[in-house]
Write a new protein. Structure first.
Length: 134
């Protein structure tokens, strides 16, 4: 039996394993290599904080992922296929490593985040910096 996501080290394992898959994926890796030169040393800790906040409501994340993804979409359009692949890789990673209430919450929140981003990027006017993600 796998354990649930219970602490920061679990979140770090999830995020690191997920991005290992993303970096190898032929559909979405381009966003992290060619479109944006991701600085992994700073990006990963930001993602640890983001997902720790999503799962545990720690308040440790500061940022606006919606604005970032809207800007990314202007550089290289994000489409449903990209969001679906991101969600699939995330869900697979959670399922490979964890099970339990927090694991289920992480997968549900990932799907919600991808859905909200798609709607806001493609069906509504751009958000302002004052708009919150949640």
């Amino acid at each position: 039996m796998k354990k649930d996501i219970l602490q920061r080290s679990d979140v770090e394992l999830l995020v690191n394993s997920f991005y290992d898959k993303v970096k190898k994926d032929n559909l979405i890796s381009v966003f992290f290599t060619d479109v944006v030169d991701v600085q992994w040393e700073s990006h990963l800790p930001t993602m640890y904080n983001f997902w720790q906040n999503v799962i545990f409501q720690t308040g440790g994340y500061i940022g606006n992922p919606m604005i970032l993804h809207m800007n990314l979409d202007k550089m290289a359009p994000l489409n449903k296929e990209h969001f679906n692949r991101w969600t699939k890789l995330f869900t697979e990673t959670v399922d490979e490593l964890f099970e339990g209430d927090n694991a289920e919450l992480a997968k549900q929140r990932a799907l919600s985040i991808a859905t909200v981003m798609q709607v806001k990027i493609h069906h509504q006017p751009p958000v302002s910096k004052s708009d919150s993600f949640y």
